[in-house]
Design a protein around this ligand. Structure first.
Ligand code: BES
Ligand code: ZN
Ligand code: ZN
Length: 473
């Protein structure tokens, strides 16, 4: 784990292996003997441009990394998080272990977040001693802001660690165990509903998905209650899809790329990570996370296309395609969250390939039945740099989900796949203000970007947004 400290000395006196100094576009940096580099056009201040100087004149630091910060008026916390991350990944690759940031104190939280996020690599199962990480980071700014940044980014890294676990090492029971361990370490209550309890509750949709697997399903519940009341009785429910592996079931997926379906529990892992930060930052609103955890497998006991299941809500569903399993388990989890007293709901799920067609890998698809709730989530996401985009949920889309034999079909046909999936969930959210985040395109990074704090692999989206949503309630 990265050690975080705060620094108050003038930058010339900071003794460190590398000091990161932002350089803005249109300003002439003359310190550290950098004037020549500016004159020659090697240092322009363009966002993300990194120039490493050794033994800079007049400095205690062994290196100065000039970090292009773009236009000064555009250098906000989102940009600072990104730049800090890019700097750490650059220095980490050069085996630098100690880094100090000479950034504005108001940006300390974001800088620490970027640094901690950038230090994560999904390489725990690679043996060998060539793994690199930065050990110490110092920032200029208040210690409490730095600590907040550390808590949030470590929570996001915890989510990434869970998402990265392969399905042979992380089945529903192991996910539940990880949640239970996290909860007890941070003073949260947790509970794991087993198959028999879910049968009693009538969770036929969740259990139908699970029945093809030898791995027993569970519903993980993690509760945070603030010390003082308030908030006019609002209670936030976080519901995350926890399919520890999605083969598609009898409607089996093609072999090519199927290995990635270990990340089909990324929504659930985001809720577990968010709860870890919420436990430490203590927002004023009660928050409960619900993670339906199952493995979707084919086999002699597996659910078949055409099966009709009865959900906990009483609505019946015809399972046309067993690969549309996320909405089935979420249907019962949303119903249970409402029964448990949640007044506002957010779910996150790697729900559809169609959202990737619509938005690519850049933005999360955001769906809601309530303008106020949508506004809260969009505001939190924008502040945290989690890119999202609002998608429609007109009532008429419900026609796509008609079944000849049950209340609903679990698929809506070829077009508008991410919308019809969300529409299905909306039937179970009912009148409760609810936001659905389809993270199928954004929870896993395939094409690494040099200017991002995040390595290839699990992104940990939307942990920061969820934490801020709770903190700003
Ligand atoms: N887990 C998948 C969605 C997914 C696809 C996530 C690609 C990440 C990358 C989900 O369970 C699924 O299979 N959805 C189907 C729905 C279809 C059968 C209506 C899909 O998107 O193809
Ligand atoms: Zn599926
Ligand atoms: Zn799935």
């Amino acid at each position: 784990m990265m050690r975080i400290t705060t620094e108050t000395k003038p930058i010339e006196h900071i003794a460190t292996a590398a000091l990161v100094v932002p350089v803005f576009e249109g300003t002439k940096e003359t310190r550290f003997g950098a004037g020549d580099l500016v004159d020659s056009g090697e240092v322009t201040g363009k966002f993300g441009e990194l120039t490493l100087l050794h033994h800079p004149a007049g400095m205690k630091a062994q290196r100065v990394l000039l970090a292009g910060a773009g236009k000064p008026e555009k250098f906000d916390s989102v940009a600072a998080r990104k730049l800090a991350g890019a700097a750490i990944r650059f220095l980490k690759a050069k085996s630098v272990k100690q880094v100090a940031f000479a950034t504005d104190p108001s940006l300390a939280e974001a800088v620490v977040e970027g640094a901690v996020l950038a230090n994560f690599d999904p390489d725990r199962y690679r043996t060998g001693n060539d793994k690199k990480s930065v050990e110490t980071v110092s920032v200029t700014g208040p210690a409490d802001a730095a600590e907040r940044g550390r808590i949030i980014a470590e929570a996001q890294n915890f989510t990434r660690e869970l998402v990265n676990e392969p399905a042979n090492r992380l089945a529903p029971r192991q996910l539940a165990e990880a949640a239970r361990k996290m909860a007890s370490a941070h003073g949260l209550e947790s509970e794991v509903l087993e198959q028999a309890q879910m049968e009693k509750l009538g969770m036929g949709a969740l259990l139908g998905v699970a029945q093809g697997s030898a791995e027993p399903p569970c519903l993980i519940v993690i509760r945070y209650r603030p010390a003082k009341g308030g908030n006019a009785g609002a209670h936030l429910g976080l519901v995350g899809k926890g399919v520890t592996f999605d083969t598609g079931g009898i409607s089996i997926k093609p072999a090519d790329g199927m290995e990635k379906m270990k990340y089909d529990m990324a929504g659930g892992a985001a809720m577990i990570g968010a709860m870890q930060a919420i436990a430490q930052l203590k927002p004023a609103i009660p928050v409960t996370a619900f993670i339906p955890a199952v493995e979707n497998m084919p086999g002699s006991r597996a659910q078949r296309p055409g099966d009709i299941v009865t959900t906990m809500s009483g609505k019946t569903v015809e399972v046309i395609n067993t690969d549309a399993e996320g909405r089935l388990i979420l249907a019962d989890a949303l119903t249970y969250a409402k029964q448990q007293g949640c007044t506002h709901l957010v779910d996150a799920a790697t729900l559809t390939g169609a959202v990737v067609v619509a938005l690519g890998h850049l933005r999360v698809g955001l769906f809601s039945n309530d303008d106020g709730m949508r506004g809260r989530v969009v505001t939190a996401a924008n502040a945290e740099g989690d890119r999202m985009w609002p998608m429609p949920l007109d009532d008429d889309y419900k026609d796509y989900l008609k079944s000849a034999f049950a209340d609903l079909a679990n698929v809506g046909g070829r077009w508008g796949g991410s919308i019809t999936a969300a529409m299905f969930l909306k039937e179970f959210a009912g009148d409760t203000p609810w936001v659905h985040l389809d993270i199928a395109g954004t929870a896993w990074i395939d094409d690494e970007k040099a200017k991002s704090p995040l390595a290839k692999g699990p992104s940990g989206v939307p942990v920061r947004t969820l934490v801020r949503l709770a903190m700003d309630w």
